[in-house]
Design a protein around this ligand. Structure first.
Ligand SMILES: O=c1ccn([C@@H]2O[C@H](COP(=O)(O)OP(=O)(O)O[C@H]3O[C@H](CO)[C@@H](O)[C@H](O)[C@H]3O)[C@@H](O)[C@H]2O)c(=O)[nH]1
Ligand SMILES: [Mn+2]
Length: 627
């Protein structure tokens, strides 16, 4: 990480001021980043000058179309490079002082915290894991009577409900004995398995499993509220996937806490003090005035292998880029590990959009027992599938519908409404999760990530560069400058500049290893040829009205065979997928043209030669550099 940091404090610690809650420090990379950007833009401009010259002077249709294709591909990559510059223009680092929260607040003054945990498929998401997620947050060092946990089960599965009924009993014993290591619970291969059971019911079901007013652990201390929610679904009204589940307002009827924590069932709390960290921001009057909507913690994973072949830790997306966006007050919402002001979900900072029922407005104080028949009846009504009809839920308020990546979309909409956000990255991971270790699951998951704004269009460039130079080489056409030509220097600069910056960012600033950087680069190309490409095609089809499939839940089940392969750093091609076709085609053509180029180079024949060996490599945010 960064070395010495000058302190640009947002909260001061003078005699009369409240205790220091957090500090903010701009990264030392800011100035070098800006200088580099200026130089790199000049090099990119030179590249386009060359492309235009070649197009204008092309004599055959083939050379014209080849250069045009490269021109378009480079244009897309250059556009993405420019947009990625926002991550580099002002990265910032923060530090919190959670120990000061208690100087500032009495336990009775702590704000209520409603924790939402999501699950949808007991076969892909073993209920024992979901239970572990819930137990991990029950152990938060936070006034117990202020915490309520809502488990949203979109599958309405009897198995998940049963698991939670057992968990509620277990909690009474476990809660007072938190010395049992959570990691142990997670890594036990036997409890990770999902028992096959053939009952799935869809019904409106809010079941209060633990009530803080009623339930005690075995030493007599109170337990947090634990509520199982299974919203009603009907074939005639869209359920809007996770965004729909997020918007079920049962928590508003029962506890209506001002702060919400969203957590996927594949994550668990790794630090019981995390809410204190979040409070350092959400309680800071300066931040509230600055229209703070949410505090996002990074998604981090455990159980990854050394080289992390799939790059599924998404170090850039989840850790590096948010530092950059934080400097601009807009880190995006990552769907899990995020503390949100409930108020931010109900309209822009200046005009509150009133919910249809006033009992669920942020001002409403929910102080009836959550098991009171009136509360339960109200909660049932809110979880019904028709409640949202003719309302602004999903369009102007709540989590926004219409995108499979509801996190990215909702965060973006909140920012458009002038809400601000903060990225909080403590040294000890606040949450840890599981990333898919199966190659097909990984690609399936990334098909939806690839909707991320413009990123999927990079697949046009990647596909072009995966086939075009190779085919040109095999046909004896020159499309890149020779080593002896001055233009070769330009390509070298593009290559070295992109990789140099990427290397420094990933390893020195981002703490990643060279091996993982290698995997990250490789997987970027793999994604461009598979999931991004398919995501782009699906998105285009959908835009012109052709139906495609919806959200694919990422499997969290891992068998021993898969675990073994993954540990050895092997990609698993055992299961069929259309996404492998483009990948394999590119691999074969690249290998063939690589050998072809090499043979010609060694035998001293002309025809492409060193300038197009057939291996392409370029960084996700940069221009291609073909050697
Ligand atoms: O109809 C649905 C579909 C999914 N989920 C839950 O949503 C969560 C995320 O789904 P997962 O299959 O794990 O997707 P990932 O690709 O791993 O999730 C990433 O991408 C999602 C969409 O952008 C975000 O919501 C997640 O927080 C983010 O980790 C899981 O807990 C699911 O149980 C539901 O509750 N209802
Ligand atoms: Mn997930």
């Amino acid at each position: 990480m960064e070395g010495q940091r000058s302190r640009e404090s947002t909260a001061t610690n003078s005699a009369h001021a409240p205790p220091l809650l957090h500090t903010l420090t701009p990264s030392r990379r800011t100035v070098p980043n800006r200088v580099f950007a200026a130089v790199y833009i000049c090099v990119i401009t030179a590249l386009f000058y060359r492309h235009v010259q070649t197009i204008l002077h092309s004599t055959t249709l083939i050379s014209f179309s080849l250069t045009l294709a490269l021109f378009v591909s480079d244009l897309i990559l250059a556009f993405l490079w420019v947009s990625a510059h926002s991550f580099r223009v002002r990265p910032v680092y923060r530090k919190e002082y959670p120990e000061n929260i208690e100087k500032f607040l009495e336990p009775s003054d702590f704000p209520g915290l409603d924790i939402f945990i999501f699950t949808t498929d007991p076969y892909l998401e073993p209920p024992t894991r979901v239970v572990n997620t819930a137990l991990s947050v029950m152990a938060y060092e936070y006034p117990t009577d202020k915490i309520s946990i809502y488990v949203s089960d979109d599958g309405g599965s009897a198995l998940s409900l049963f698991a939670f009924m057992e968990a509620a009993k277990f909690a009474a014993h476990w809660f007072c004995n938190t010395t049992i290591s959570l990691v142990e619970l997670f890594d036990d291969p036997d409890i990770n398995r999902c028992m096959p059971i053939d009952i799935t019911m869809l019904f409106v079901n809010d079941q209060v499993l633990l009530d803080k007013n009623r339930d005690r652990d075995i030493t007599g201390h109170c337990l947090p509220n634990l509520v199982y929610v299974s919203r009603q679904k009907s074939p005639t009204s869209p359920h809007n996937f996770k965004a729909g589940a997020l918007n079920v307002r049962v928590s508003a009827a029962m506890t209506n806490a001002p702060i919400i924590l969203t957590l996927d069932c594949d994550m668990y709390s790794n630090d019981p003090r995390t809410p204190f960290r979040a409070l350092c921001y959400v309680l800071d009057p300066a931040e509230i005035q600055n229209r703070l909507a949410f505090v996002q913690f990074p998604q981090q994973f455990h159980g990854l292998n050394e080289s992390e072949i799939h790059g599924s830790e998404h170090r850039r997306l989840f850790k590096l880029n948010p530092f950059g966006l934080d400097g601009l007050s807009e880190p995006n919402y990552l769907g899990t590990g995020c503390f949100i002001h409930r108020r931010a979900l109900l309209g822009d900072p200046s005009t509150l959009v009133p919910p249809v029922i006033k009992e669920i407005s942020p001002a409403h104080i929910a102080n009836n027992p959550i098991t009171a028949p009136s509360v339960l009846e109200f909660a049932h009504r809110l979880a019904g599938c028709h409640y949202e009809n003719q309302t602004e839920w999903g369009s102007k308020i709540g989590f926004r519908y219409g995108s499979l990546v509801e996190d990215f979309f909702t965060g973006f909409r909140l920012q458009c409404e002038e809400w601000r956000s903060i990225f909080c990255n403590p040294e000890k991971a606040a949450f840890l999760g599981n990333a898919p270790i199966n190659f097909r699951d990984f690609l399936g998951q990334n098909k939806s990530y690839s909707f991320y704004a413009f990123f999927p269009i990079a697949s046009i460039s990647i596909t072009t560069y995966s086939f075009l130079p190779q085919l040109a080489l095999l046909n004896g056409l020159n499309i890149f400058p020779k080593v002896s030509e001055p233009w070769f220097l330009l390509y070298s600069l593009l290559f070295l500049g992109a990789y140099g910056q990427d290397f420094l960012e990933y390893t020195v600033a981002g703490g990643g290893t060279v091996q993982r950087l290698w995997s990250d680069q490789r997987i970027w190309m793999v994604k461009g040829l598979s999931c991004s490409l398919f995501g782009l095609i699906e998105f285009s089809l959908k835009s012109i009205g052709i139906q495609t499939q919806g959200f694919n839940v990422t499997s969290k089940v891992v068998d021993d065979e898969q675990r073994k392969g993954y540990k050895q750093g092997l990609f698993e091609f055992g299961v069929p997928s259309a996404m492998f076709v483009t990948l394999t085609m590119a691999a074969i053509i690249n290998l063939y043209s690589f050998v072809y180029g090499l043979v010609h180079l060694v035998s001293g024949k002309e025809g492409g030669g060193v300038n197009a060996i057939g291996v392409i490599s370029f960084d996700c945010d940069e221009l291609p550099a073909n050697l």
